[in-house]
Design a protein around this ligand. Structure first.
Ligand SMILES: Cc1cc2nc3c(=O)[nH]c(=O)nc-3n(C[C@H](O)[C@H](O)[C@H](O)COP(=O)(O)OP(=O)(O)OC[C@H]3O[C@@H](n4cnc5c(N)ncnc54)[C@H](O)[C@@H]3O)c2cc1C
Length: 402
C-alpha cells in the first residue's frame, strides 16, 4: 500500500484517485479551492456532456487538435465504452443525443458528481480542500507536497491541476524540470465588431466551409450569426485548431466563408448565368437561390452591388462574379473572441514528449504522474475533453503501483 497524493479535485483528479485507491492505496486529493468538481457541475450547461458516441479510436483521436497521437494508447486502456459502462454500472444511465453527445438521462451534472464522490468515499479517499500545492519536493523515494498549510509526504503524486490561462499556474510543475507548452484558450467564438455581417444576427446555416486567411485551417459545419460575430460548431472547431495561431495574431484575422460547404465555384457561376437566362424578368431580391435564407440573400446581393429591384437581365457578368465571390468566399474581419459558455478549455500544458502514454508517468521524474487538462491535450466540444480526463485519470490511477 502506497500513499498517493492527487493534486486537484476535478474530473481527472477524482477518476485517478478512485482508481488508485481501488487497488488498496491510501489516497489524498489536495484541492486549492473550497469546491470539488466545480467544472463538472457547470459543464454542458449544467447537464455534463460526459463523453461522445464516437467509439472507434482511430476516429475518436481526430477530435483532439492536440494529443491525437498520444491518446491512441490511452484510449486503448480506457475507451468511450468503458466510460459509458463505468457510469451506468454505478447508477448513472446515459443517453446519446442525435449529434453523438452523451449526457446523463437525468440531464443533471449532479448525478455525475454524486457518483464520483460516492466512489471516492467508498474507497476511503481523503479530500483536503483549501490546500493549494505550491511545490513538489522530491525526497528519498517519494515527495513532500508543500502547501500554505504545511507539508505531506507521499510515495507517488498524480498532478491533475487542470488548464490555466496564466503560465505561472504551472510553475510548481516546471520546477520539477518539466516543459510547459504555452497555455492559450481554445473553443471560442469570433467577434466581428466592425463587420456588417452582425446585422444578420439569428441566421444559421446548416453546413458552411470556413477558412482562416493565410492558413490551411478550414472546417465545415453549422454556423450561427450572433449579435457579436459568428458562432456554431464550424467556428468552434476552427478556434480549437487555430487556437495558437489566432493567439499569435492577437485574435485579429480574416476568415472566408462558403455559405454551403457543397458549393463548387464553376457550377455556381453557370447556375447563376443560366438563372439569368431562364428568368430575365424576375427581380434579383424577390427569390433567394441555393436555399440561402432571404435576409442573407439580400445582404449578399447588396454586397455584390446589385440592387434587389434589378431584373436578372440587367445583371452584368461582373456583378455575377461579385455575387459568386460573396457566396463562395465571403470575407469577415475577426477582431477578438468570446468565450463559449458551454465548454472552454486550455490548449497547451505539460509537454506530451515528457509523459509515457502507457502509464501517464513522467519520463523525467519517476513517481510523478499526470492526467486531465494540465497536459498539452485538448479536444473540440462534444464530450471529448471529459473523455480525455476519464481516460488519462484511469491510466494514471491504475499505474501508480508499477
Ligand atoms: C464552462 C465549461 C463547460 C464545460 N463543459 C464540458 C462538457 O460538457 N464536456 C466536456 O467534455 N468538457 C467540458 N468542459 C471541459 C472540461 O470541464 C475540462 O476539460 C475538465 O473539467 C478538465 O478536468 P481536470 O480535472 O483536468 O481539470 P479541472 O476540472 O480544471 O480541475 C483541476 C482542479 O485542480 C485544482 N488546482 C489547480 N491547481 C492546484 C494546485 N496547485 N493545488 C491544488 N489544487 C489545484 C483546481 O482548483 C481544480 O479544481 C467544460 C469546461 C468549462 C469551463
Amino acid at each position: 500500500m502506497r500513499r498517493i497524493g492527487v493534486i486537484g479535485g476535478g474530473a481527472a483528479g477524482f477518476f485517478a484517485a478512485i482508481h488508485a485507491s481501488a487497488s488498496g492505496n491510501r489516497v489524498t486529493i489536495f484541492e486549492k479551492s473550497t469546491k470539488l468538481l466545480s467544472k463538472v457541475k457547470v459543464s454542458g450547461g449544467g447537464r455534463c456532456n460526459v463523453t461522445n458516441e464516437c467509439r472507434e479510436i482511430s476516429k475518436l483521436v481526430r477530435f483532439y487538435p492536440r494529443g491525437e497521437k498520444f491518446l491512441r494508447k490511452v484510449f486503448c486502456k480506457f475507451s468511450v465504452s468503458d466510460t459509458i459502462s463505468w457510469f451506468e454500472l454505478r447508477g448513472v444511465p446515459l443517453k446519446t443525443e442525435p449529434d453523438g453527445r452523451i449526457f446523463p438521462v437525468s440531464d443533471s451534472s449532479q448525478s455525475v458528481i454524486d457518483t464520483l464522490m460516492l466512489e471516492a468515499q467508498r474507497f476511503g479517499v481523503v479530500v483536503k480542500t483549501k490546500t493549494g500545492i505550491e511545490e513538489i519536493r522530491p525526497h528519498g523515494e517519494g515527495f513532500f507536497l508543500i502547501s500554505g498549510s504545511g507539508q505531506d509526504y507521499v510515495d507517488r503524486v498524480i498532478i491533475t491541476s487542470g488548464g490555466h490561462a496564466k503560465a505561472a499556474a504551472y510553475d510548481f510543475i516546471k520546477s520539477l524540470g518539466h516543459s510547459i507548452v504555452d497555455p492559450v484558450p481554445s473553443l471560442f467564438t469570433f467577434n466581428t465588431p466592425r463587420d456588417p455581417v452582425r446585422s444578420l444576427m439569428g441566421i444559421s446555416m446548416p453546413c458552411v466551409h470556413i477558412r482562416l486567411e493565410g492558413t490551411k485551417l478550414a472546417y465545415e459545419g453549422p454556423l450561427l450569426i450572433t449579435h457579436w460575430g459568428v458562432s456554431g460548431p464550424a467556428v468552434l472547431k476552427l478556434s480549437a485548431y487555430g487556437a495558437k495561431w489566432l493567439h499569435d495574431q492577437v485574435y485579429k484575422a480574416k476568415a472566408h466563408i462558403r455559405w454551403d460547404a457543397g458549393f463548387e465555384e464553376d457550377t455556381l457561376r453557370s447556375d447563376l448565368q443560366s438563372y439569368r437566362e431562364r428568368h430575365p424578368k424576375r427581380r434579383v431580391g424577390a427569390h433567394s437561390l441555393f436555399q440561402i435564407p432571404a435576409r442573407l440573400w439580400l445582404f449578399l446581393t447588396q454586397k455584390a452591388e446589385i440592387d434587389p429591384d434589378q431584373h436578372w437581365y440587367q445583371i452584368s457578368n461582373k456583378q455575377i462574379n461579385k455575387l459568386l465571390e460573396n457566396l463562395f468566399r465571403f470575407t469577415i474581419e475577426i477582431d477578438g473572441k468570446t468565450t463559449f459558455k458551454e465548454e472552454f478549455v486550455t490548449a497547451g500544458g505539460v509537454s506530451l514528449e515528457e509523459i509515457s502514454p502507457g502509464t501517464m508517468q513522467s519520463k523525467l521524474v519517476p513517481g510523478v504522474f499526470f492526467a486531465g487538462e494540465v497536459i498539452d491535450i485538448d479536444g473540440i466540444t462534444g464530450g471529448f475533453n471529459f473523455q480525455a480526463a476519464w481516460s488519462t485519470g484511469f491510466v494514471a490511477g491504475t499505474s501508480v503501483n508499477q
